[in-house]
Design a protein around this ligand. Structure first.
Ligand SMILES: NC(=O)c1ccc[n+]([C@@H]2O[C@H](COP(=O)([O-])OP(=O)(O)OC[C@H]3O[C@@H](n4cnc5c(N)ncnc54)[C@H](O)[C@@H]3O)[C@@H](O)[C@H]2O)c1
Length: 417
């Protein structure tokens, strides 16, 4: 049996979803009015499919209870789906979740092992740094006497049922294997890949998703403001044409390769065009904050690479640079991140830099004229260095993982596991 605490959009969908999968589910909420309404077979908000599912499962697989103790005693897994609203300073208000945990924990009698699953959205590190110590203060050895996991929810209002029943992925954050395994088993009939990761990773994955969506929306809005400042631009048409780009679909090098960390954008187009549109908007009295930040982040990531290398590598050591072109399958070195990064390393006092790119050695040497060496192939570079810095995700570097990984690798393109 399962208990779901908090019967809002997420909790009610979770409770009915597990009922549909054949579990007996207890639903608990502190809002008596909400529970009465649900007991009368009516959901207090609009969401397709949920009314029908409520009436199908109510008092059969789904019990709305006032008796939290009974629910907790009979359940092995307890999902917490209470709200986590913003406080006035913008931080997440954990009051509801801590209160709910205290109430639940009060009914857990050792040595029964129950797993708490935080489904509410909470900022990365909250489970390990706030909730775990909170449970320990309540007298539980976490991972031994009580299980603690998180399981972010990705459903969208308006599509909640389908998103919950057919998820793209199920993410389970765990500290101990036993708790993660129990939650994974709970989801065993869902046809979706399950990722068991650290508590912080699971929380981060949820914020990665939401902040990306928020950024894309602000990006689109900022573009519409730039367009308005310039005038005579069909904004709707422009976006519709943007959506025809094959990078939105499964084409090679599609949008996933853009929404992926690396060491900055480069090449002929993205840097110069972003700068030009910023300057055009400024001329038209509109300051595009997001694009200005986009350019700043593109500098910051390269500065990070230099300081990260400096943390580990002594100034008199050899450094191998793998990749000079701004992206694989190209010998374009215009505004490539390798330029600023090598320049930064030289300024820091590194004198023994050896670079190799499958296609761009000559171009880079000719255009930038840096006092560095160039290796004609990968193996000769590897024979000369203990440290390699991967700046371009060439297939050759992916294929030669074994020999490259014998060195200390700075994998700034995240090409390896
Ligand atoms: N709404 C979404 O689309 C969505 C999607 C994914 C994740 N989330 C996250 O899921 C969480 C819940 O969101 P929601 O939209 O379902 O919120 P909601 O406000 O609709 O529901 C929360 C419910 O928790 C109840 N509650 C509060 N304290 C309680 C307690 N101590 N014991 C029992 N019940 C208690 C409230 O009465 C309320 O019914 C939030 O952290 C939210 O960020 C929401």
């Amino acid at each position: 049996m399962i208990t779901v605490i908090g019967l809002g959009f997420v909790g009610l969908t979770t409770a009915l979803g597990f009922s549909e999968k054949g579990y007996h589910v207890y639903g608990f909420d502190i809002d008596q009015k909400k529970k009465e309404q649900l007991r009368n077979g009516k959901i207090p908000f609009y969401e397709p499919n949920l009314n029908e599912k409520l009436n199908k499962h109510l008092n059969k697989g789904f019990t709305i209870t006032d008796d939290l103790q009974e629910a907790v005693i009979n359940s092995e897994v307890i999902f917490l789906c209470v709200g986590t609203p913003s406080k006035t300073d913008g931080s997440a208000d954990l009051g509801y979740i801590l209160e709910a945990i205290k109430n639940v924990a009060g009914y857990i009698k050792k040595p029964e092992f129950k797993v708490l699953v935080i489904k509410s959205t909470i900022p990365p590190s909250t489970t390990s740094e706030r909730i775990k110590p909170y449970l320990e203060n309540l007298g539980f050895k976490v991972g031994v006497e009580i299980g603690l996991t998180n399981n972010p929810e990705f459903l969208r209002e308006g599509y909640a049922w389908d998103d919950f029943m057919n998820p793209d992925r199920i993410v389970i954050g765990q500290d101990d294997d036993k708790s993660g395994r129990i939650v994974e088993t709970t989801y065993h009939t869902f046809n979706a890949p399950i990722y068991r990761v650290s508590l912080n990773t699971a929380e981060f994955i949820k914020y990665l998703s939401n902040t990306m969506l928020a950024t894309l929306i602000s990006f689109a809005n900022e573009q519409s403001l730039i367009a308005r400042s310039i005038g005579n631009i069909d904004i709707k048409k422009a976006f519709q044409v943007l959506h025809l780009d094959r990078r939105w679909s499964g084409a090679p090098a599609n949008m996933t390769s853009y929404v992926f960390p690396g060491c900055g954008f480069g090449g002929y187009c993205l840097p110069k065009d972003t700068m030009a549109l910023v300057s055009q908007a400024l001329k038209n009295s509109y300051t595009p904050e997001l694009l200005t930040s986009t350019l700043k982040v593109n500098e910051a990531i390269k500065e990070f690479v230099v300081s990260d290398v400096e943390r580990i590598v002594e100034k008199n050591e050899n450094i191998g640079i793998l990749g000079l072109a701004f992206k694989p399958n190209s010998n374009d070195i215009r505004d490539t991140p390798a330029k600023a990064i090598i320049q930064g390393l030289l300024q820091k006092g590194y004198k023994n830099i050896i670079a190799y790119d499958p296609m761009a050695n000559e171009e880079f040497k000719e255009v930038y004229g840096f006092p560095i060496q160039y290796s004609p192939n990968l193996s000769s570079l590897l024979s000369m260095v203990n440290h390699v810095v991967i700046l371009t995700a060439w297939d050759e570097f992916i294929k030669n993982e074994e020999s490259i990984k014998k060195k200390n690798v700075f994998d700034y393109r995240f090409i390896y596991q």
